[in-house]
Design a binder for this molecule. Structure first.
Ligand code: C2E
Ligand code: CA
Ligand code: CA
Length: 562
């Protein structure tokens, strides 16, 4: 018999418990070809045998009338002991009265004495063993061991049963996918034990939250939980409740942020798998979003998924065909007289043969989520380095270009070698390529970031901290990381003439840059008034539509000539 629990063809062991030698021998001989056999003369010996056996016992054949401890007493002890009660018992009896009684007490089946039909006995033993093992497999997959929630497969099965039984017929049901933001970091930084602890606690909280609802939950994967529940009218309140319970528990892993994707009012025709894939998609789409913690699925998302899959499939071909175009946006220094071109930022676009021009906002986050960004970034860095060297040859001056280094690139152990290799290939100095690293990369792994930035800087690269003001770096973090420029996030510039807080923040950021003794760059400057204000506040460098949109390398030459 093949069985997944045992991983193949194994001879099972049967324990025969009977005080009469002749009965033990008779039964033993019938079964010995197919099974290993152990013998006991009474209930007490049987218990000892089970407890001391190294091998698992798959079935007990139990006589009722025995000295020392009879079959009834054995069954009593058996029911109270988990080790014992996981083994099926077949009772051997000649007395029909006690059969009903003993089956009620816990045996699965009985065999009539005398033993005159060996095939029937063998078949019964085989069937009972098989049934029990199957049941064990089912049980072992029903429950996720760590959290005690259902396993995903069982969860789906449960939903099917709830539906077919008509239990949720008149109820509007929602599907929720819940993720822990940056869970892998909790594991990496605080260890797997802490990670497990967090998962268990969150499972408890989920259980708490749904106990008064029509709802079930499972752990679908590592840090992803699924909840099937009657419709919740206020999801923000629901999430707030969960977050509040989380805050009440002290995790050494600090702040835990959840992300929730919701597929509302699901229709009965959709399979449980697809219902939750959609909830999960909604959840994935807000990954890394520091504002929205809740995402709702709508069928347009499905189109987006198909679109994204196409982008993933097409990336390699696009790199080979040079469909990724690198544009350049000039940066001007504004503090000394007339604005002066100082450098440029390389920004990638995708000129897709069938989908047309695609902006990086559509594919960068996607490629960051699956690691493909490394390939693309390398291509952009190389293209930028090539341009710098061409302009150098053509105009005899260096226009340093800053390239974006994704937070994902920070994890690449070859990052430095790759960058140095590119620069050398085009005969440039490392100081002619600037690297823009987003401030929010801090929250991924501050220690690693400091290490990587330090070593890149030692090689001579200039580091600009991008999107400054949106991340969470504190002043002492900033002093720990040596940077060469701060790029103020665009949102401050956009709002600074509209609200006072933004203006104050712009001032604060400029103060911080003074404190760190690095220039500050403002991007997203579109209007004269913004430029004037920034200049007055002491901002050093400006990038934005006011001067130019990102343009092709060829168009950019006009700025160099000017
Ligand atoms: P970012 O690094 O913050 O780049 C600045 C974005 O602001 C660019 O958007 C730029 O076109 C836009 N911008 C510049 N001036 C103005 C302005 O005056 N007004 C407005 N409204 N927008 C302005 P873009 O090119 O769409 O790039 C978006 C983001 O995609 C970039 O944000 C960057 O995070 C990422 N990205 C672009 N190229 C690359 C790349 O090669 N590698 C990586 N890893 N990320 C890239
Ligand atoms: Ca940038
Ligand atoms: Ca930026």
């Amino acid at each position: 018999m093949y069985n997944a629990l045992y991983g193949g063809e194994v001879k099972r062991k049967i324990l025969i418990v009977d005080d009469e030698d002749i009965n033990r021998e008779l039964l033993g001989n019938m079964l010995i070809d197919d099974y290993d056999i152990a013998y006991a003369e009474n209930g007490k010996e049987a218990i000892d045998c089970i407890k001391n056996s190294d091998e698992k016992i798959s079935l007990i054949l139990l006589d009722l009338m025995m000295p020392v401890m009879d079959g009834f007493e054995f069954i009593k002890a058996y029911n109270e002991d988990q080790d014992l009660s996981s083994i099926p018992v077949i009772v051997m009896t000649s007395d029909t009265e006690s059969e009903a009684e003993i089956i009620k007490a816990g045996a699965v089946d009985f065999i009539k004495k005398p033993y005159n039909m060996p095939e029937v006995i063998i078949a019964r033993c085989e069937r009972v063993i098989e049934l029990y093992e199957k049941q064990q497999i089912i049980e072992s997959t029903q429950i996720d061991e760590l959290t005690g929630l259902y396993s995903k497969e069982y969860f789906y099965e449960y939903i099917r049963q709830m539906r077919t039984s008509g239990f949720v017929e008149d109820v509007t049901m929602d599907a929720i996918s819940l993720d822990i933001e940056h869970f892998h970091l909790i594991n990496e930084i605080y260890g797997h034990e802490e990670g497990d602890f967090v998962l268990k606690k969150i499972a408890d909280i989920i259980r708490n939250q749904i106990q008064d609802r029509i709802g079930i939950a499972c752990r679908a994967e590592a840090d992803t939980f699924y909840i099937y529940t009657d419709s919740i009218s206020d999801y923000q309140a629901f999430l707030d409740n969960i977050m509040k319970e989380i805050d009440d528990i002290a995790f050494s892993s600090g702040n835990i942020r959840l992300r929730m994707g919701i597929n509302e009012s699901i229709d009965d025709g959709e399979t449980p798998q697809s219902i939750f894939e959609h909830a999960r998609l909604a959840c994935n789409l807000i990954r890394g979003d520091y504002v929205n913690q809740i995402g709702f699925y709508d069928s347009n998302l499905h189109d987006e998924q198909i679109y994204n899959e196409k982008l993933i499939t097409d990336i390699d071909q696009a790199i080979r065909d040079k469909d990724f175009v690198v544009h350049f946006q000039p940066k001007y220094s504004i503090q000394h007289g007339e604005p002066m071109l100082t450098s440029a930022e390389a920004l990638v676009r995708w000129n897709h043969p069938t989908l047309g021009m695609i902006s990086p906002g559509k594919f960068i986050p996607l490629f960051e989520s699956n690691g493909l960004i490394q390939k693309l970034d390398e291509y952009v860095w190389e293209t930028a380095a090539y341009q710098v060297s061409r302009w150098k040859d053509k105009y005899g001056i260096t226009i340093p270009v800053s390239v974006n280094v994704s937070r994902i690139d920070i994890y690449n152990p070859d990052l430095e070698d790759t960058l140095v290799g590119i620069v050398e290939r085009y005969g440039l100095k490392t100081s002619e390529l600037y690297l823009e690293i987003t401030e929010s990369a801090y929250s991924d792994d501050a220690e690693l970031l400091v290490k990587v930035v330090n070593s890149l800087r030692d090689k001579g690269f200039e580091i600009e901290m991008d999107d400054f003001g949106t991340g969470y770096s504190s002043l002492n973090m900033l002093t720990a990381i040596p940077i060469d420029a701060l790029k103020m996030d665009m949102s401050f510039v956009r709002n600074m003439l509209k609200d006072d807080t933004s203006l104050k923040l712009v001032e604060l950021i400029i103060d911080i840059s003074r404190f760190l003794d690095v220039p500050v760059i403002a991007e997203g400057v579109e209007e004269q008034e913004q430029l004037d204000t920034l200049k007055e506040l002491g901002c050093d460098i400006i990038q934005g539509y006011y001067f130019s949109k990102p343009v092709s390398a060829k168009e950019f030459e006009e700025f160099i000539k000017a």
